[in-house]
Design a protein around this ligand. Structure first.
Ligand SMILES: C[S@@+](CC[C@H](N)C(=O)[O-])C[C@H]1O[C@@H](n2cnc3c(N)ncnc32)[C@H](O)[C@@H]1O
Length: 247
């Protein structure tokens, strides 16, 4: 079985909020870091581009005590349909490139774990620069090419191939007239081995989507050589926070 990139998030939408990136400690740490790095204030207009199920959008809006509803912009209808009325968000069904040609203005915009899906980043960053208020800020939350996540070798290679480098993202921001600055953070935790293997089988991340069932099983056999004696896999998630401010 293989999945196309286009329907990947439609396929995993129902279980997206149950993934490890959604555990309370991780969500707390991540959303607080985002509010702090974005310097998000309660009177500002905030956009979460590629906001998925709005799970982080809601949390960030709450932590920053936003006065107006945050926009969750998302091309997968199924991801967007997880947003509830009580979330007080404004869901927008659009992809990044069409959104960045609209006439909207905002103070802060977040691109969390989505930049590797956008090939036309020049147009994207130029559009964001045009839409951002003078004292605005864009924040890209992403992972380095050499992630320490416990994937099997072929999945690590696929991950690295699909991930733009920090240097290229910073250069592209600068070319669009956005002064870049970055920092890297790590978050450590453990996950039950069976749960991790189940997530690999469900192809929870997009680097896994084109592996066949047989290739995933071969990958798990490879991981078992390292983790055979363990029931819990301990690992670090390394996250890069890349900001851009209008020059
Ligand atoms: C890994 S998920 C992250 C979701 C959310 N930002 C979060 O951290 O919970 C990646 C999201 O990017 C969205 N996406 C993919 N291609 C996109 C594009 N061209 N424009 C906007 N969003 C896109 C996917 O539909 C998916 O919801």
């Amino acid at each position: 079985m293989m999945q196309n990139r286009a329907n990947h998030f439609d396929t995993i939408a129902d279980e997206f909020n149950g993934l490890w990136q959604m555990t309370p400690d991780y969500r707390n740490w991540m959303s607080e870091t985002i509010v702090s790095v974005l310097d998000l204030r309660s009177d500002e207009c905030f956009v979460d581009l590629g906001g998925g199920t709005g799970s982080y959008t809601r949390l960030i809006a709450k932590k920053a005590d936003l006065q107006s509803p945050a926009l969750c912009v998302e091309p997968s209808k199924k991801m967007l349909s997880q947003i509830e009325e009580s979330d007080h968000l404004k869901p927008v069904h659009a992809d990044a490139l069409s959104f960045c040609t609209s006439e909207i203005r905002y103070d802060k915009i977040l691109l969390k774990e989505m930049i590797h899906f956008v090939e036309e980043r020049k147009a994207l960053f130029q559009g964001i620069k045009r839409q951002l208020c003078e004292n605005g800020r864009v924040l890209i939350v992403t992972r380095p090419k050499n992630t320490p996540l416990p994937f099997f070798t072929a999945a690590l290679e696929r991950f690295a191939q699909g991930q733009p480098s920090v240097e290229s993202l910073e250069k592209e921001l600068e070319d669009a007239g956005l002064r870049p600055f970055s920092r890297t953070e790590e978050f450590s935790f453990g996950i039950s081995k069976e749960r991790w293997y189940g997530m690999l089988r469900n192809r929870f991340m997009s680097n896994l989507q084109n592996f066949t069932d047989e290739e995933i099983e071969e990958g798990i056999v490879q991981l078992e050589k390292t983790f055979e004696a363990q029931t819990i896999i301990a690992f670090r998630d390394r996250i890069i926070f890349i900001c851009g401010e209008p020059l």
